[in-house]
Design a protein around this ligand. Structure first.
Ligand code: APR
Length: 169
């Protein structure tokens, strides 16, 4: 059973085997958490992303972590759904981001993984609904990952994630 922690902070400072970025389909980098991770990992990340992209929404693809300090070895790029009101399969795509990212983490033998609140920024996915999907999906996946850290960048997101975690016991 994977241990899930909710923390408030900057995901580029996490000491885990792999960090997940909320990318766009090009994997060339963007703003938000993707921009922060690309700045921290250096220009090789965009080159590596461009070499393996594009990435479909709901899919996950790994690259090395380049200039990020150890123990971070891998960056897992996943593309969340753009929120269009909830009737276009957004929930399933978001769940797939968490599921596929954990499957990729298993392929990498990563035991600790940090996630941002995928799709809840520029892509507009409601934070409370996203938190429930994140926790439920992580709990539902059979994985060798031992510890998942859900890294909130603001207190509202942190509170939503903590509430969703508490609701699952
Ligand atoms: N550490 C952790 N979380 C962060 C950080 C950070 N350094 N910076 C931002 N966040 C949070 C945001 O506050 C938000 O809660 O990450 C969450 C996801 O927001 P976005 O980064 O906007 O990601 P998303 O909504 O999935 O939109 C992806 O935005 O930056 C572009 O290239 C990206 O096109 C893609 C789109």
């Amino acid at each position: 059973m994977v241990a899930i922690e909710v923390v408030l902070g900057d995901i580029t400072r996490e000491n885990v085997d792999a960090i997940v970025t909320a990318a766009n389909e090009s994997l060339l980098g963007g703003g938000g958490v993707d921009g922060a991770i690309h700045r921290a990992a250096g220009p090789r990340l965009a080159r590596a992303g461009g070499a393996i992209g594009p990435c479909e929404p709901g899919e996950a693809m790994p690259t090395p972590a380049f200039d990020l300090d150890p123990p971070v070895r891998h960056i897992i790029h996943t593309v969340g759904p753009v929120w269009e009101g909830g009737g276009h399969g957004e929930d399933d795509v978001l769940a797939s981001c968490y599921r596929r990212s954990l499957q990729v983490a298993d392929e990498l033998d990563a035991r600790t993984v940090a996630f941002p609140a995928i799709a809840t920024g520029v892509y507009g996915f409601p934070a409370e609904r996203a938190a429930r999907i994140a926790i439920a999906t992580i709990r539902s996946v059979s994985t060798n990952v031992q510890r998942v850290r859900l890294v909130a960048f603001d207190e509202g997101t942190r509170d939503q994630l903590q509430a969703a975690l508490a609701a699952t016991g």
